[in-house]
Design a protein around this ligand. Structure first.
Ligand code: TRP
Length: 348
């Protein structure tokens, strides 16, 4: 389909700052899994990028790397396939070098005008590091290092991400174009793949599921932990008793039913009775718990098995090794475009 030999490349990443939850599943992993059938896939553990916010928590980053690998295996990412690579960002030293070169063709004002940087900076409050302010350039390097030589292939790099990452992908393409126009065609551009659901509210109804808000259901949660979390979920705050008609729209319990309960008839029945005031919150939650448990139990089992037998380091070494080979080719092209290979210093 894409010409001889080389498959089109997919690259995406996650910061290792905790185990993954249903929000990650809906917003990212669900879209990633089928891509393994058609593309050369690079799944990046962005441990360097995690330092932009977690420079004081090296142990958390270390343990999270393992959690993320186990979560990826549990949802069905398969590094045994020859086209699937789990990559540790910090082990690809070429990325640090590429980031530095790209930073020279990137106006600093692009960092300050990036809306994702603006909102993350506001949330962090106080002083932010230079590494934080410039991480979009590092992310551009994360993506562009898998660029084929545009003289040989024009296939763009596909990047499956959530909405919040779109400014970074636009920025990546601006950087690629700035580089190409100064030094000649060196990078192809990237294109986002944004999933249908995108974002899952927290169990407390807040806009986002997140560890810091303590409103998350983790892929590895036990049946007991899941039950506790579901039974304490927020519902319609105006509904004081089971015989009071309730609101389904925007109600976290029903958002989850829609996303995870495969028994659509049951969901419709619960909605009808909820609106009429003939079903209690407890029953709605009980059924959600069963549905979520059905969804999570194969993931939980796979995770358990992987945590006993998977060779996490070996998986990362192999995937990163493939990434390094490609990064070295790209860096050679970059250095030569920038004349950093100094042909004139060579003896004839
Ligand atoms: N910024 C992404 C996030 O916070 C993680 C990430 C790092 C990434 N490098 C990437 C995503 C490259 C896509 C492509 O989730």
């Amino acid at each position: 389909m894409f010409g001889i030999g080389v498959k089109q490349r997919v690259l995406t990443g996650i910061r290792p700052t905790g185990a993954l939850h249903l929000g990650h599943y809906v917003g990212a992993l669900k879209q990633w899994v089928p891509l393994q059938n058609n593309y050369d896939c690079f799944f990046l553990i962005a441990d360097v990028q995690a330092l932009t916010t977690h420079v004081d928590q090296p142990k958390l980053i270390e343990t999270s790397v393992r959690e993320v690998v186990l979560d990826w295996l549990a949802v069905g990412l398969d590094p045994k396939k020859p086209n699937v690579h789990f990559v540790m960002q910090s082990w690809v030293r070429e990325l640090t070098e590429l980031t530095m070169y790209l930073s020279m063709v990137t106006p600093f004002s692009w960092m300050e005008s990036n809306p994702t940087i603006q909102s993350e900076r506001a949330a962090l409050r106080g002083e932010v590091s230079a590494g934080f302010m410039t991480y979009p350039i590092s992310q551009a390097a994360d993506i562009l290092f898998v660029s084929p030589n545009p003289q040989a292939s024009k296939k763009e790099i596909l990047v499956p991400v959530g909405e919040d990452q779109i400014p970074h992908l636009r920025g990546t393409n601006k950087v690629a174009r700035a580089f190409n126009s100064k030094y000649g065609p060196t990078f192809v551009e990237c294109a986002p793949l944004v999933g249908e659901v995108g974002r899952l509210v927290g169990t407390d109804g807040q806009a986002k599921m997140s560890k810091s808000l303590d409103n998350a259901i983790y892929l590895g949660d036990s049946r007991e932990a899941l039950k506790k979390r579901v039974m304490s979920m927020f519902t319609d705050p105006k509904r004081v008793r089971a015989d009071v008609p309730g609101t389904v729209e925007g109600n976290p319990v029903f958002i989850y039913h829609d996303a995870f309960n495969s028994n659509k008839g049951e969901v419709e029945d619960l909605k009808t009775r909820y609106r009429k005031g003939t079903v209690g919150d407890v029953e709605v939650k009980q059924k959600l718990f069963e549905a979520l448990d059905k969804f999570l139990s194969p993931i939980r089992e796979k995770r358990e098995k992987a945590s006993k037998s998977a060779d996490e380091r070996g998986i990362l070494e192999q995937g990163t090794g493939e990434a390094i080979k490609i990064a070295q080719e790209t860096l050679e092209r970059v250095r030569s475009a920038m004349h950093l290979d100094y042909p004139s210093l060579r003896r004839m």
